[in-house]
Ligand binder design. Structure first.
Ligand SMILES: Cc1ncc(C[n+]2csc(CCOP(=O)(O)OP(=O)(O)O)c2C)c(N)n1
Length: 639
C-alpha cells in the first residue's frame, strides 16, 4: 500500500497539466497514490467509495490524454469523481467532501472549471455532452467532449434518447461506458446481460492477451496506421452501439493504463461519435470494498486497515424498513400488493419485501419514468402497486405521474422516501418539491408521516385507496422510536389530529417536523404561551374542519413542512382564502424550506439554516403573536 506521507509524485500534480510530462510508469504510480488518497479521505468523510476506486486509472488516463478543462469531461451521476477532484486542484480540500462548507460529493459547476456540468441524478451525461458538442460546432471550436457513464446508468431511458440523437447527428464526441457489472445493487435487465455477453466473449479474453503482447511494445509508435484502422483491431461485437451510429471500441481493461492510454489517444483523433467500452471492478484495489456485496458503493467513516465501517448506535427503525415491513404485513393477506423500485432496493426497503415476496417485487433499473408507468399498467389491471421512489428521483417521472396515473385516476401508491433535507448528498438529493408537485394534481391523495407508526398507518391507508392515486412521504433515516402498531389500520382520509391542545398559538405540522413543533410548544409554554399542535396527516384533501377551527380558535396559525414553498402552507392558505377565513385578518405564518438550493451539511444543521427547528418555530410564533421573548427561546434551546 502506498505510504501517504510519501506521495511524491501526486504532490507534483496540482492540475491535469502536470500529468502531461509523466512517463507511463509515473502515471501508474500516480494512479496508486490517487487510489490511496481516495481511500484515506473517504475513511474520514464517508461517502461514495466503490465507484471512485473503479475509475482511478480511467481518470488518470483521461486527464493525461485530453486537455481539460478546454476538453469537456462529464461524469455521469458524479459519485465516482473523487479521483477527478484530487487531480483537478481540489486535493487540499478532499477531506471536506460532503461536509458542511466542503466539497460536494458530486460534480458541481460552481466548484471548479474542471466540472463543466453538474450531476448527481443518473444518466444525464450523454445528453449534456451532446449539448457541449453541438455548441462547440456552432461556435467553431475544436475541443473534445467526453462523457463517462456506468452500466447501471445505462439502464435509464435518457441515455438512449441521447445516443439516438448523437448517432443521428454524428457529432464528434466520446462516450466511455464504464462497465463494472454493478449499479448500487446488481444491475438488472437485458442491457446488463448484453454487456456481460460482450465482456465474457472469447474475444475479450483474447484482447487482454493481445493488449499485453501487442499494445505495450507497439504503443503509438506506428503512425503509418490510421487511428481508425488501429482501433479496428479492438472492436469486437458492439453491434448495438454501431447500429446506433457509434464507433464501438472494446471491451478493454479499464485498469490497465497500457491499454487505456493508447486507446484514448487514438479515439481522440476520430471525427465521429465513439463509444469505448471499458471493464472495471467497483472498489478496485481495496480488498474490503472488492469483497463486499455492495462494493462499498456508499460508506460511513471506516477503518482503513480493516475496512470496518462506523456503525451508529442502534436506535429506532429506519423509515424505509418500516415501509418494507409494513408492506410485507399487508401482502400476507392481500395478494394484489406489489412493490416497484427504480434501482434502489435497499434504500427504499423494497429489498425486504423482495425477500418475502420475490414474485411481487420489481427492480426496473434507474428508470423512474418507466417505473411509474409500469405501476400504472399494473394498477389498471387490478393490482395494488407501490412505487417506492425517493422524492428527488420521482421528479424524473413527473409527466408519467400526471399523464399515466393521475389523469386516468389509477390507484398507484407512491411511497416517497427521503422527503425533506437529506444531509451529505446536498441539494440534488433533497426531497423538497413533491408536496407541491403532487398536491397540484386533481384526485391525488397526499399524506406525510410524522413518525414511523404514522408511516405504517399510511401504508395501510394507501392499500385501501382503490379508486385514485395516493402518495405518502417520509424522511430519510431513523424514526422517532414510537411503538409500531401490531396491525396498521387505515386512517380516515383527509383528517388530521390534534396532538396537544392550547389556546393562543396553533402549529399545524405536515410530516416529520411534528417533533420540533412539540418542542417549540414546550418552549412557548415555558413563557406562558399556550400552544395547540396538530398533525395534518393530509395535504390533499386538506382537513378543512381542522384548519378552519385552528384559525378560528387561535390568535396565530403556523404551518410547517419539510418541503419547498408552494406546498402544504400554500394549500392551507388557499383553502382559508377560498372559504373567506382570511377576511378578518388572522395572523398566519407558513414555515417551509427556504427558496434556495441548500448545500450539504448535517441534516439538523441544514434545518437550522432553513430555520425549521423548534426554536425557529417558537420565535416565529412570538414574532407573530407580538408577545413573549425570543432571547428566552434561545436560552431554552441552549439549555
Ligand atoms: C435518477 C436517479 N435514480 C437513482 C439514482 C441513485 N443512484 C446513484 S448511483 C446509482 C448506480 C449507478 O450505477 P453505475 O452507473 O453503474 O455506476 P457505479 O456506481 O456502478 O460506478 C444509482 C441507482 C440516481 N443517482 N439518479
Amino acid at each position: 500500500m502506498t505510504d501517504l506521507t510519501n506521495m511524491r509524485l501526486l504532490d507534483e500534480v496540482n492540475s491535469p497539466a502536470d500529468l502531461k510530462d509523466k512517463s507511463r510508469e509515473e502515471l501508474k504510480q500516480i494512479a496508486d497514490e490517487v487510489r490511496q488518497e481516495v481511500i484515506d479521505a473517504v475513511s474520514v468523510t464517508g461517502g461514495h467509495l466503490g465507484a471512485g476506486l473503479g475509475v482511478v486509472e480511467l481518470t488518470v488516463a483521461l486527464h493525461a490524454v485530453f486537455d481539460t478543462p478546454v476538453d469537456k469531461l462529464i461524469w455521469d451521476v458524479g459519485h465516482q469523481c473523487y479521483p477527478h477532484k484530487i487531480l483537478t486542484g481540489r486535493r487540499d480540500r478532499i477531506r471536506t467532501l460532503r461536509q458542511g462548507g466542503g466539497l460536494s460529493g458530486f460534480t458541481k459547476r460552481a466548484e471548479s472549471e474542471f466540472d463543466p456540468f453538474g450531476a448527481a441524478h443518473a444518466s444525464t451525461s450523454i445528453s449534456a455532452a451532446h449539448g457541449f458538442a453541438t455548441s462547440r460546432d456552432i461556435q467553431g471550436n475544436d475541443n473534445h467532449v467526453v462523457s463517462v457513464i456506468g452500466d447501471g446508468s445505462m439502464t435509464a431511458g435518457m441515455a438512449y434518447e441521447a445516443m439516438n440523437n448523437v448517432g443521428g447527428d454524428q457529432k464528434r464526441q466520446v462516450v466511455i461506458l464504464n462497465d463494472n457489472d454493478m449499479s448500487i445493487a446488481p444491475p438488472v435487465g437485458a442491457m446488463s446481460h448484453y454487456f456481460s455477453r460482450l465482456v465474457s466473449s472469447r474475444s475479450y479474453r483474447g484482447l487482454r492477451r493481445f493488449a499485453k503482447s501487442v499494445i505495450k511494445p507497439m504503443g503509438l509508435e506506428n503512425p503509418a496506421r490510421k487511428a481508425e484502422e488501429y482501433l479496428r483491431g479492438f472492436a469486437m461485437g458492439g453491434t448495438m452501439f454501431e447500429e446506433l451510429g457509434f464507433y464501438y471500441v472494446g471491451p478493454i481493461d479499464g485498469h490497465d493504463l497500457d491499454v487505456l492510454i493508447p486507446v484514448l489517444e487514438n479515439v481522440k483523433q476520430m471525427q465521429r461519435p465513439v463509444l469505448v467500452h471499458i471493464v472495471t471492478h467497483k472498489g478496485h484495489g481495496y480488498a474490503p470494498a472488492e469483497n463486499s456485496a455492495d462494493k462499498y458503493h456508499g460508506v460511513s467513516k471506516f477503518n482503513v486497515v480493516t475496512g470496518e465501517q462506523q456503525k451508529s448506535a442502534p436506535g429506532a427503525p429506519k423509515y424505509q424498513d418500516v415501509f418494507g415491513k409494513t408492506l410485507i404485513q399487508l401482502a400476507e393477506t392481500d395478494d394484489k400488493v406489489c412493490a416497484i423500485t427504480a434501482a434502489m432496493p435497499s434504500g427504499t426497503g423494497v429489498n425486504l419485501f423482495a425477500k418475502a415476496f420475490p414474485d411481487r417485487a420489481f427492480d426496473v433499473g434507474i428508470a423512474e419514468q418507466h417505473a411509474v408507468t409500469m405501476a400504472a399498467g399494473m394498477a389498471a389491471d387490478g393490482m395494488k402497486p407501490y412505487a417506492a421512489i425517493y422524492s428527488t428521483f420521482l421528479q424524473r417521472g413527473y409527466d408519467q405521474v400526471v399523464h399515466d396515473v393521475a389523469i386516468q385516476r389509477l390507484p398507484v401508491r407512491f411511497a416517497i422516501d427521503r422527503a425533506g433535507l437529506v444531509g451529505a448528498d446536498g441539494a440534488t438529493h433533497a426531497g423538497s418539491f413533491d408536496i407541491g408537485y403532487l398536491g397540484a394534481l386533481p384526485g391525488m391523495i397526499c399524506m406525510a408521516a410524522s413518525d414511523e407508526a404514522e408511516l405504517a398507518q399510511m401504508v395501510a391507508t394507501a392499500n385501501e385507496i382503490d379508486d385514485r392515486p395516493s402518495a405518502f412521504r417520509y424522511p430519510r433515516g431513523e424514526g422517532t422510536g414510537v411503538a409500531l402498531p401490531k396491525t396498521p389500520t387505515p386512517l380516515e382520509i383527509g383528517k388530521g389530529r390534534i396532538v396537544r391542545e392550547g389556546t393562543s398559538i396553533a402549529i399545524l405540522s405536515y410530516g416529520a417536523r411534528l417533533q420540533e413543533s412539540l418542542k417549540a410548544a414546550e418552549m412557548l409554554a415555558a413563557q406562558g404561551l399556550s400552544c395547540t399542535v396538530a398533525d395534518a396527516r393530509f395535504a390533499k384533501p386538506i382537513d378543512a374542519d381542522l384548519t378552519e377551527r385552528l384559525v378560528r380558535d387561535h390568535e396565530v396559525l403556523i404551518t410547517i413542512e419539510e418541503g419547498a414553498r408552494g406546498g402544504f402552507g400554500a394549500f392551507v392558505l388557499q383553502h382559508l382564502a377560498e372559504v373567506g377565513a382570511l377576511d378578518r385578518g388572522i395572523k398566519i405564518r407558513t414555515m417551509h424550506l427556504p427558496d434556495v438550493f441548500q448545500d450539504q451539511d448535517k441534516p439538523d444543521l441544514m434545518y437550522d439554516e432553513a430555520r425549521l427547528n423548534a426554536r425557529h418555530i417558537a420565535a416565529c410564533a412570538i414574532e407573530a403573536l407580538g408577545r413573549g421573548d425570543v432571547a428566552e427561546i434561545e436560552a431554552f434551546a441552549r439549555a
